[in-house]
Write a protein that binds this ligand. Sequence first.
Ligand SMILES: Cc1cc2nc3c(=O)[nH]c(=O)nc-3n(C[C@H](O)[C@H](O)[C@H](O)COP(=O)(O)OP(=O)(O)OC[C@H]3O[C@@H](n4cnc5c(N)ncnc54)[C@H](O)[C@@H]3O)c2cc1C
Length: 328
Amino acid sequence: MSSSPTPTFIKEFFQKNSPHLKVKINQPLAPYTSLKLGGLAPVILLPKTTSQLKTAWRLAHQLDLPVLILGSGTNVLISDTGFKGIVILNTIEQITIISKSQKKLETKTSSGTLLSNLVSFSLEKGFKDLLPFFTIPGTVGGAVLNNAHYHQELIGSYITQVKAIDKQGKEHLYSPSQLGFAYDTSRFQKGGELILEAAFKLTQPAEDKKKSLQQLKTYLLERAKTQPTGVYSTGCIFKNLSPEEANKLGLPSYHAGFLIDKAGLKGSRIGGAVISPKHANFIVHRGKATAEDFYRLIQLVKAKVKEKYGCQLEEEVKLIGFEERKNG
Ligand SMILES: Cc1cc2nc3c(=O)[nH]c(=O)nc-3n(C[C@H](O)[C@H](O)[C@H](O)COP(=O)(O)OP(=O)(O)OC[C@H]3O[C@@H](n4cnc5c(N)ncnc54)[C@H](O)[C@@H]3O)c2cc1C
């Protein structure tokens, strides 16, 4: 008879094989997410160095349990029943300059680095290419996985290489043509690989730093004006449609938020999950929400938009721990 190893057994396994790796057992995941939702994880690993991160990833797969890598948890909805496997929290920040001239800055950035820190670093070094990404919360790893975007800008446009590690512990270097970058898409979304670092190439000198700082302020103000701020959310819940699909269906817009708004859903709520009256593609956590409230509201939006416009919205947020419910 085989049964799942207990959290204590798993902790001992990691302590034996990687004595410096911090291990927590039976912890709620809510504090590690921007929604402040999510049930228990039997084991959370908290590596402090890249070497520990790689070891944690490799050993976790030896146990043959599901593995979840979390950056800042700003693009996940984790179920109230939690995640039944091993969670690795990636907060290792490191930015290395590969080359720098007046016209070009090339860096290698570890996946646990906050995207906003990379933007600040590159501006400090005199380059403004990444300014549009300053207000996106989360890590470089999360940004690579989703090809983070702001307006028409995609982070993938600035990436020249990504290093990742597969389940067997083998490292791979991927060039842009292998990364599968498109809107909200990269090769990493199929799972099975941990993004370790990304190389960026920046070519737009920030001749006028004052102007660049003003630009950052403009982005912040723009967010505050058009999106809910100061509340728990995951940013946009749904991906936009492709303009081609929207055109084919004769839709008034390809923006998911526009369609949700026109379906009359702004302000709709289930429990403590509420469709933001400010931006219909945001579901915010008001009062005492559960992940189940969010899940049900997401299903409701999909059904109503399908009924009105005949199109299928797809989640941008990653649903974790809802596998048995996907078609329910
Ligand atoms: C207020 C708000 C505004 C937002 N605005 C934007 C926006 O304008 N544009 C935009 O694109 N996004 C936006 N987002 C969404 C989110 O910030 C981004 O998707 C971000 O890049 C996620 O990074 P993260 O570290 O939080 O990822 P997490 O939420 O921790 O993880 C997201 C997914 O990536 C996987 N993952 C994370 N790190 C790794 C890694 N190293 N290797 C492999 N897989 C990994 C996780 O397993 C999970 O599936 C917003 C979110 C919020 C809360």
